[in-house]
Write a protein of this length. Structure first.
Length: 341
């Protein structure tokens, strides 16, 4: 039991935010963007936050190519580097960042987007609202981008906004609920079409439009669209199972219709009844089988997607969250024993 005498208030240093803040930087671009993102995160955290961590996620090939840079960044206080398996997608990397960070507030920052927003503004907005904060560009999306977003929204079940950035901030509670979902890769960035998460998130518009020099190339846009489709199987499987059972019901109704006509003595074409019986029966059976398979695959996918051990190749650690023990307002046992002597 801790007595009042064991607790001391620190009044010498200015008050700083005592929440544990985590900033995860996804190294998706050139080394200059990564350096800028990490140094900006470190400068903000050192100046305004008492307890923090910086997590850098980088692919193995990129880490080897820029080894000197990451050795330099690892010297920053409370920095960890996760070396990911080559080929790990951007959406999956964001989920790994959400799972590996331990902060009360977690900022997931894409290195290539660091010039578009202020990290301090994003963090302060998340702390003030205690909710997820998403970022969107103020410019208008192109015609094909809007059409593509609507198609991807229909496929994934989420509001795929092409102007929404991949960077954002989330409280730990919201983040835990998001990563527990089967389609957490998409849910971490986009909001559901049914609006279930609308009360938890806030979209923060950026005053500056997207710089023309940073507009994505067509094949890059196509790759990111395919990544959304690749991470949408849970929703697609549910839709496919529903359609399969709908086709089964329609086939059974047609079978009943054929039986009613046959039993009522209606004049039918020769062979029509047997053909209708065979088609409706086989269609109902196949639809039922496909629906059951889709539901089974959905459950298997839920089990497989929880395993992230194969995607993290190595972890480099330079963290000491409680270096300044006096800021925690609790005296150490060592100091207490000295005072008793």
């Amino acid at each position: 039991m801790v007595n009042k005498s064991d607790i001391t208030m620190s009044s010498e240093s200015p008050r700083r935010d005592e929440s544990l803040i985590s900033i995860a930087v996804l190294a998706d671009s050139n080394s200059d963007d990564v350096r800028q993102a990490v140094t900006q995160a470190s400068a903000y955290l050192e100046a305004h936050v008492e307890f923090f961590e910086i997590l850098i996620l980088v692919h193995g090939q990129s880490h080897t190519r820029h080894l000197a840079l990451y050795e330099e960044l690892l010297r920053l206080r409370n920095t960890r580097i996760l070396i990911l398996r080559d080929g790990t997608g951007g959406y999956r990397s964001a989920v790994l960042a959400a799972k590996e960070t331990i902060g009360d507030i977690v900022l997931i920052v894409l290195a290539s987007e660091i010039s578009l927003f202020s990290m301090q503004t994003l963090a302060e907005e998340a702390i003030e609202t205690n909710g997820s904060v998403l970022l969107t560009l103020s410019s208008r999306a192109g015609f094909f981008s809007r059409i593509g977003g609507r198609v991807l929204s229909a496929i994934s079940g989420y509001d795929v906004d092409p102007l929404l950035l991949r960077s954002g901030a989330h409280p730990r509670g919201h983040l835990s609920r998001i990563v527990a979902k089967a389609d957490c890769e998409i849910s971490l960035r986009f909001r559901p079409l049914n609006g279930q998460r609308a009360f938890e998130s806030k979209v923060l518009p950026l005053s500056a439009p997207h710089p023309r020099g940073q507009r994505l190339r067509p094949w890059t846009r196509l790759g990111r669209a395919l990544e959304i489709v690749a991470n949408a199987p849970p929703h697609m499987l549910r839709v496919f199972a529903a359609l399969s059972f709908l086709v089964m019901i329609c086939s059974l109704l047609y079978l009943i219709y054929a039986l009613v006509l046959f039993l009522s003595g209606t004049d039918l074409q020769r062979g029509w009844f047997s053909t209708s019986l065979a088609i409706s029966g086989s269609t109902a059976f196949l639809s039922f089988a496909l629906g059951v398979m889709a539901m089974a695959l959905f459950q298997v996918l839920n089990l497989l997607r929880d395993d992230s051990t194969n995607e993290i190749v190595q972890e480099l650690d330079n963290t000491n969250l409680f270096r300044n023990r006096g800021a925690a307002n609790v005296e150490s046992l060592e100091a207490e024993s000295r005072s008793q002597e």
